[in-house]
Design a protein around this ligand. Structure first.
Ligand code: SF4
Ligand code: SF4
Length: 520
């Protein structure tokens, strides 16, 4: 009887609205109202501002509404989860008000009413959702939730994040209210008012910290996941946010010590190198030295010993966002052979593109423009626009809720391409499989964000040596049988063939075979 009740509740039929649902619907109503005002037109604010605010509020409300887990007894919202969602919803409403112009009126107040409340609400919710009970991964309701199973909310979120990047790159004026809420922090860290990139960097860092908190609760049974998550949080906060900001405060070049060519492609382009070398005080020369040494010497050595995971899953900000904010969508990666083929063509094409662009710029610089003229500049601009802006930002993050969390890392990142080639042919890293223990449940393949069919290898007892594997370790963490292990052993015997006997590898001898074997 209890089971029957539970299955009835899973369908969600016949339930009254929960508090979280009511909050969600109320926010949706406000969003619709704002869209209506934007459509009618107003003299005080532009239609674009109202559209941005309205869409933010509308999608935020839908997320709060649908984010309530399906009402199975195991996942029903408890009191603290409801408080967390209320605070998060209030933070979204505060963001909408800040965007509408109130952020300029009182930046500090609206910083806390928007980013502050949403972050606190998120942390309260995640602690209540993942922090209680025995440690272990609970992905309940993932394939039934509209947010995480490419439902309406997932698509809406995709549109919203993609729209945010489009507005950020090409219509930053519409974000003015939100940018102003970052002014107090920007004055403290950089000694100047915020601009769209500081606002973006702050939100990016906050997203990694808050969702990093979620990952710490969710994966707290795994020491590897805890240390790896703390590592991406540390590098984002320190190397990609605080240090570059403080450099600006001390009138030094804004430099990111955790990004290298070809991901940060301009760091080996002649103009940037010349500009850094010309900086007074010698710090610019050190930055050029750091960038060159990390690209040419440290990266190959570290990849030889640890595989590409040392960067893609421990240091890089793009990987950091994918591992934290993107985690709820990691199972959406396409596991088909076609996707694998497309991935290899695309990522290596981008690598060729950036190498040719860099070479063209250096040829142009060496010949003082005699050989290539304006061509190299146009080429560099195309790369910056197509790959640096559209692919890595708009598509790379905007498509999380639809294509999974590593769209950029898998299909576009030239750094991942170089590290992957080295990982495959010249590294000690591999995932070993104790195939005899595998029960073919498929958890590992399901949660591989890079679309690797891990189970196929596990069933055959074969080591996994794939260029695309970022060594996140989640396949190993979700395996109920402890089959998979990330290792950096000697290179000999790294490529082992399948060690298990498969159906097709056993031949049944016929009478003729026996006769032939006996020499008759
Ligand atoms: S998760 Fe573990 S048991 Fe399940 S298919 Fe993968 S290797 Fe096998
Ligand atoms: S194979 Fe495992 S470690 Fe590699 S990317 Fe996939 S889930 Fe992460």
């Amino acid at each position: 009887m209890a089971q029957a009740d539970a299955s009835l509740q899973l369908t969600g039929s016949g339930q009254g609205l929960t508090q979280a649902s009511r909050v969600g619907l109320a926010i949706v109503a406000i969003g619709l109202l704002l869209l209506l005002i934007g459509a009618v037109g107003t003299t005080a604010f532009s239609a674009l501002q109202f559209f941005t605010v309205g869409m933010t509020t509308l999608v935020g409300g839908l997320v709060v509404y649908y984010a309530r887990p399906l009402a199975s007894p195991a996942t029903r919202l408890d009191r603290n989860q409801r408080i967390g969602l209320w605070l998060f919803g209030a933070g979204l409403a505060g963001s909408a008000l800040a965007l509408a112009g109130l952020g300029s009126w009182s930046p500090t107040l609206f910083f806390w009413l928007s980013t502050g409340l949403a972050s606190i609400g998120g942390l309260v919710y995640f602690k209540a959702r993942y922090g209680h009970g025995p440690a272990g991964i609970r992905n309940h309701g993932l394939f039934q939730s509209s947010t995480t199973a490419r439902g309406a909310v997932g698509w809406l979120l995709g549109v919203l994040i993609t729209g945010f990047y489009v507005v950020l790159y090409w219509f930053p004026g519409a974000l003015e209210g939100l940018i102003r809420t970052m002014d107090p922090l920007s004055w403290v860290l950089r000694g100047m008012p915020a601009d769209q990139w500081f606002m973006y960097g702050t939100l990016y860092t906050v997203a990694i910290l808050v969702m990093g908190g979620r990952a710490l609760y969710k994966y707290r049974h795994s020491k590897y996941q805890i240390i790896r998550t703390l590592s991406v949080m540390f590098f984002q906060l320190g190397f990609a946010f605080l240090i570059p900001s403080l450099l600006v405060l001390f009138n030094q070049p804004e430099f990111y010590f955790s990004y290298f060519w070809p991901l940060k492609y301009t760091y080996l382009w002649p103009n940037d190198i010349q500009w850094l070398m010309d900086q007074p005080g010698g710090l610019g020369v050190f930055m050029v030295f750091w960038g060159a040494v990390m690209t040419v010497i440290a990266t190959p050595i570290l990849t030889y010993f640890f595989g590409k995971r040392w960067y893609c899953s421990w240091v890089c900000g793009c990987g950091g966002l994918a591992e934290t904010m993107g985690d709820p969508w990691r199972h959406l990666s396409d596991k088909s052979l076609t996707a694998w083929r497309i991935e290899r063509w695309m990522i290596h094409s981008v690598l060729v593109f950036v190498v040719l662009t860099t070479a063209a710029l250096w040829i142009n610089s060496a010949t003082e423009g005699a050989l290539l003229g304006e061509l190299s500049g146009a080429y560099a601009q195309s790369y910056g626009f197509l790959i640096g802006s559209v692919f890595s930002g708009v598509i790379g993050v905007g498509f999380y809720p639809v294509m999974g969390s590593r769209v950029w890392c898998r299909f576009g990142c030239p750094m991942a391409a170089i590290l992957g080639i080295q990982q495959k042919f010249f590294s000690r890293f591999r995932i070993t499989t104790n195939g005899g223990q595998c029960i073919s449940c498929g958890n590992c393949s399901t949660y591989c964000e890079m679309g690797i069919d891990v189970r196929w290898y596990a069933q055959r007892g074969q080591n996994i040596i794939r260029a695309s594997c970022v060594g996140c370790g989640v396949c190993s963490a979700v395996c109920p049988r402890g089959v998979l292990s990330l290792e950096n052993g000697p290179r000999e015997s790294r490529y082992n063939g399948p060690v298990l006997i498969e159906r097709d590898s056993v031949a049944v001898l016929t009478e003729d075979d026996w006769a032939a074997a006996a020499g008759k």
